[in-house]
Design a protein around this ligand. Structure first.
Ligand code: PBG
Length: 323
């Protein structure tokens, strides 16, 4: 044998020298749930280790994360049922706590990258990402609502808008609206290939945002489809997206890999709530080791081609790096 691949695995110095994939805290985007109120830190049942925070408890927690090297966050609002309506009008209301939180967070930590969620579901009495009429999710009628929501978030100081609704044409619509209103510096990270997945359950528990009727299959993608992700990516890039996302991540590594190979734009992946919940649950039972299994999951997403990873493991992974 003149070829022995094991020689390159001989000791940790050599293994580190030839390591192909590097994953650091700079690649991670930490999803955080916020609600209105004071002194709130309530654990999400189906997503242990993750909490709904109020702004006062969140700020010191964010500072802890920043000290660990996490500089990117995505913020999701948990809205009281009484404030929800068909038009998601609370999403751009003057006294909206989420918008105030964005402003305050960016004032406290101007150096971070703060990303929002742009979709109707957390604010909608129907629990859908678009406007519902006679049981149908209307596309074009949803766009102006997403527009108002986006302008309000831009005004509050958001760095990156995250349209997660999968309506057609929304990236172009939002880009034009932002530019017209002089928010040329606000970025768009589009949820480009977002699948109608079973893995969003814990997130919907966290926000009480599950659809009241039906499912999301007329706007989120069919898990069986790959070429369709290419079409979605082409459109979002043409329409002016700065980054494109694949969601979920681990069951969709082939999609991440394909988009990375075919397009030059940065690719991100959302390691969604259900994927993280599986690891938490198995570790709670003692069936898997937490540190090594969550690290391997994140590494595989990065190896597939993701530049950035949205993950509930962000803080724990950063803690591990700092050990
Ligand atoms: C809603 C939204 C969802 C997630 C992010 N934004 C849920 C959904 O589409 O129903 C899921 C994230 C996760 O599961 O971690 N627009």
């Amino acid at each position: 044998m003149n070829k022995r691949p094991r020689r390159n695995r001989k000791n940790s110095a050599i293994r580190a020298m030839v390591e192909e994939t590097k994953l650091g805290a700079e690649n991670l985007i930490y999803p955080i749930f916020i609600e209105d109120g004071k002194s709130v830190k309530s654990e999400i049942k189906s997503l242990p280790n993750n909490f709904r925070w109020s702004l006062d408890t969140l700020l010191p927690e964010m500072e802890n994360c920043i000290n660990l090297g996490i500089n990117s966050f995505v913020l999701f609002p948990a809205v009281k049922e009484a404030l929800k309506d068909k038009n998601a009008s609370y999403s751009y209301a003057n006294d909206n706590f989420y918008l105030k939180a964005i402003h305050r967070i960016k004032t406290e930590f101007p150096q971070i990258a703060l990303m929002s969620d742009v979709a109707m579901d957390p604010y909608s009495s129907d629990g859908h990402d678009g406007l519902v009429k006679n049981g149908l999710i209307l596309n074009d009628e949803t766009l102006p609502i997403l527009g108002q929501m986006s302008l309000a978030q831009a005004q509050a100081g958001i760095d990156i808008l995250g349209p997660s609704d999968m309506m057609d044409g929304r990236v172009g619509f939002l880009r034009e609206l932002l530019d017209q209103n002089n928010y040329k510096e606000v970025s768009i990270m589009s949820y480009t290939a977002k699948y109608a997945s079973a893995f969003y359950g814990p997130f919907r528990d966290a926000l009480d945002s599950a659809p009241k009727n039906g499912d999301k299959k007329t706007y989120q993608m069919n898990p069986a489809n790959k070429k369709e992700a290419y079409i979605e990516a082409q459109l979002d890039i043409e329409e002016g997206a700065d980054m494109i996302m694949v969601k979920p991540a681990t069951c969709y590594l082939d999609i991440i890999h394909m988009l990375k190979e075919k397009f030059d734009i940065p690719i991100t992946a959302y390691n969604v709530s259900g994927e993280c919940a599986m690891i938490y649950a198995a570790c709670e039972k003692g069936w898997l080791d937490y540190d090594s299994s969550m690290s391997e999951m994140l590494l595989s997403i990065r190896r597939a081609g993701a530049d950035g990873i949205l993950t509930y493991f962000a803080k724990d992974f950063a803690l591990l790096l700092n050990k």
